[in-house]
Design a protein around this ligand. Sequence first.
Ligand code: ATP
Ligand code: LTN
Length: 336
Amino acid sequence: MRKEGLYMKRMLSGIKPTGRVTLGNYIGAIKPFVSYQDEYEMYIFIANLHSMTIYQKPADLRQNTRDLIALYIAAGLDPEKVTLFLQSDVLEHAQLGWYLGCMVSMGELSRMTQYKDKKAKNEVIGAGIFNYPSLMNADILMYDPDYVPVGEDQKQHVELCRDIAERFNSRYSETFKIPEPLVTKVGGRIMDLQNPTKKMSKSDEIGKGTIYILDDIQVSKKKIKSAVTDSDGHIHYDPENKPGISNLLEIYSILVNRSIADLEKQYDGKGYGEFKNDLAEVLGEELEKIQTRYHEIMSGSYLDDVLEKGAQKARIIARKKLAKVERKIGITIRKR
Ligand code: ATP
Ligand code: LTN
């Protein structure tokens, strides 16, 4: 794709529909995607095949999937600029995932933190968690992106993807572009409001320290006002010694698009109460905008149209890439 006479770099990423979308997802993933859409040719998909590694009631999976796409759009992602699609709508992902799964070693897969963490919990784990990176490699390599924006936790998967792409290219011939992970600096790890040394997570059962984008706005504002801070009363960014207030400063900075230093100056000599009240107001306004737009999007058939268009565009690239791979590896035997 061209932009003002130059080729736009391509970006691709996915989010799993595994639960209710949190402020962490919004700040760490959705909002950055919106900011990239004018600069890059973007492919964003809902990783619903990956979400099967965690059991969800079918009705919940359906609801979470529709919510996630609607939230992307409500947050400002423009389907005219970005190709938005469902992973399961492009069958080539699973097929390429199989081929790439035959090129990765058990040792490499066993070193993945996501798998190791689950294994350490000593629960029964499905083979999907172990094989997870092969499907993710297919998601990425299928589209030859230059960049893959992800949270810190996913960087290791993108690095494995680079190794597998290089292995394929050297065993067969140049086929895949080697992608770069892109990890956001501010907002890459929003912390739990009640326990700011732990990541804000959608799989947190109690939910007191997690803000859900579609939750009641008054409840979310209250969560900000009762966020755990410290007793020194000085509004200053120091994640090590003042994790609570630093987390709130990061959230504030991203929401108003101002630097942390600027906010520190504004609140110099002021109390935590005033700071939290202001942040609660800013968050409330942002949530209100998103929720209004979300309800409009959910009401008609707009979402289905967006997904159909997105799948059609993605399939063209995926079919071409899979055909190329199958020719190279010797699966295709027909001459024409
Ligand atoms: P869980 O919280 O259950 O571990 P998750 O929200 O991390 O799940 P994903 O759907 O994989 O699960 O996350 C989508 C994106 O949101 C990823 O890029 C992830 O890095 C980012 N993300 C998730 N939580 C946060 C957070 N607290 N701060 C910043 N980014 C986050
Ligand atoms: N593993 C990612 C979701 C994901 C993804 C991808 C991200 C699946 N396939 C391809 C980037 C590129 C996660 O858990 N957030």
